[in-house]
Design a protein around this ligand. Sequence first.
Ligand code: THG
Length: 292
Amino acid sequence: MILIAESINIMSKTLGPAMRERNPGPIQEMARAETEAGADYLDINIGPARKAGDELMQWMVETVQAVSDLPLSLDTTNPVAMEAGLKVCKSRALINSISLQPDRLESELHFVTKYNADMIGLLWGAEGMPRDAAERGMLTADLLYRASEAGIPNESIWIDPIASPVSVEINQVKAGFEFMSMLGEMAPDCKSTVGLSNISNGTPAELRPYLNRTYLAMLMKYGLYSAIVDVFDTELVSLARAGMPEILDLVHRMMDGEKPDLASLSPKELEYAKSVRVLMGEALYSHSWLDI
Ligand code: THG
């Protein structure tokens, strides 16, 4: 599993101001820490970056590359900023992301071949978020077709089904699983990724890791190739590196319909089992899901 570190992010209370002030210290400290924590890629998320986004992304890439040799995932919706970042990447970059918005698709796909990059194919269509697994399948087919016309092989495309918060829309979470279970057959040579922490948005901060870890364990059943994660969650990294086979086995058996006797589980197994039930939509989400 390829882990993309999520923490270099304009939304962060410390790094947002550092980005705006062009203060390299906190950004480089974070890049070093994510690298030491075992990340495979560093995501550089500057958001929509409407003002001077190109200058900011170039500066960010150079600032991070001064302290880390890891490849970068460039995360912005501003195509001018994206290109400015791609120009200065030393390693093969990951474009995060390209979606099916008709006005931009053609020019953004051109970046993939021009800069010899990989791309995240975000399943966001002309009408916004797909409503179910079938719409995700249609968007995938469209995107792969358009990409192949532009000379991009499926191997360069990391499909992102778009994770949405379990506290908001359980049907979207279920649709994401259903889609992931089909993707391997639909496009065996495609890769996949997901913004894992989205699942726990709106959940109290201290409880978020339980949902994130369980969601990752569940997606691993479908061969998830990569994920954008908090790499400082050591248990999450261990799960992703196949360090917790008995937990993965429990989670996957539950997804196949097995109902374990909760009284027989260890406290750690219970955390996962309760979270699986919430993420499968078998138990309603509430902030106290681990206590009941
Ligand atoms: N798909 C793709 N890219 C993405 C996402 C996705 N990029 C952005 C996001 N979703 C994934 N990255 C994050 C980064 C941070 C958080 C969630 C997702 C997060 N941060 C904490 C918070 O906001 O409370 C802590 C912030 C801080 O450091 O202060 O939740 O889905 N392709």
